[in-house]
Design a protein around this ligand. Sequence first.
Ligand SMILES: Nc1ncnc2c1ncn2[C@@H]1O[C@H](COP(=O)(O)OP(=O)(O)OP(=O)(O)O)[C@@H](O)[C@H]1O
Ligand SMILES: [Mg+2]
Length: 246
Amino acid sequence: MRLAVINFSGNVGKTTVTRHLLAPRIPGCEVVAVESINADDGQSVTIRGKQFAQLQEFLQSVDNVVIDIGASNVEELLKMMRRYRDSQEDFDGFIVPTVPARKQQQDTAATLAELARIGVPPERLRLVFNQFDDDSPIERAFETLLAYCNSSGVVVRPAAAFISFNEVYALVRGTGQSLAELAADRTDYKAEIAKAGAHADKLALAQRLAIQRLARGVIPELDACFTALDLHGLAHPSGDEAMPAT
Ligand SMILES: Nc1ncnc2c1ncn2[C@@H]1O[C@H](COP(=O)(O)OP(=O)(O)OP(=O)(O)O)[C@@H](O)[C@H]1O
Ligand SMILES: [Mg+2]
């Protein structure tokens, strides 16, 4: 499975989706960050947009990979995809995260339109509604984007996969650990807190407890989101998936 995580907008959760949603659930998955600056935690190979030919060669040589395309490289990558005819077919799917802010919804619609223009069919596109806030239904929070999806038909079943806003994504960056590791941490922090003498030690342990609880809370949602993406359907698209425009 070869996936590209893409959006013209920055800060929509491309890296978060790559690292916490997709890569941990695809066996033997490699992660490639296409970033010209600020390649996150330095864990992955970094390829600049200009080195597109190299990226294509790499894609032919791996089975399971997620390419996290930093916002500053998206335009260039799409330009290359237009130049190297049919190169978008190297990807089984394009995952497009989005967030409720209106500007980001508009940029997301523009991203979907551009992907359609270079020849990506609707059944190979998936939206991830990120930083969703339970207070407002998904149809209202993402009204602008959903209206575009329904009228254009560029994506099938648009509102299937979502990730709630959760502070754990920011906290996990500071720990250098994965969400799965944090959720699997068996330390009984409440017992540790009871044993700790100094107030500062208790506070530090309380923070670890909070992260452990948040991580455990978020894993089921990410599992559900991954299932809702139906990536299996990318390899075996069925004709009845298309949602009629309303
Ligand atoms: N569901 C979420 N809840 C809370 N915070 C989130 C969520 N998703 C992402 N974030 C936070 O939002 C910020 C942007 O996310 P991320 O770095 O994944 O975006 P990006 O699209 O990769 O950005 P860029 O275009 O700069 O590469 C990060 O600080 C991240 O921790
Ligand atoms: Mg990023």
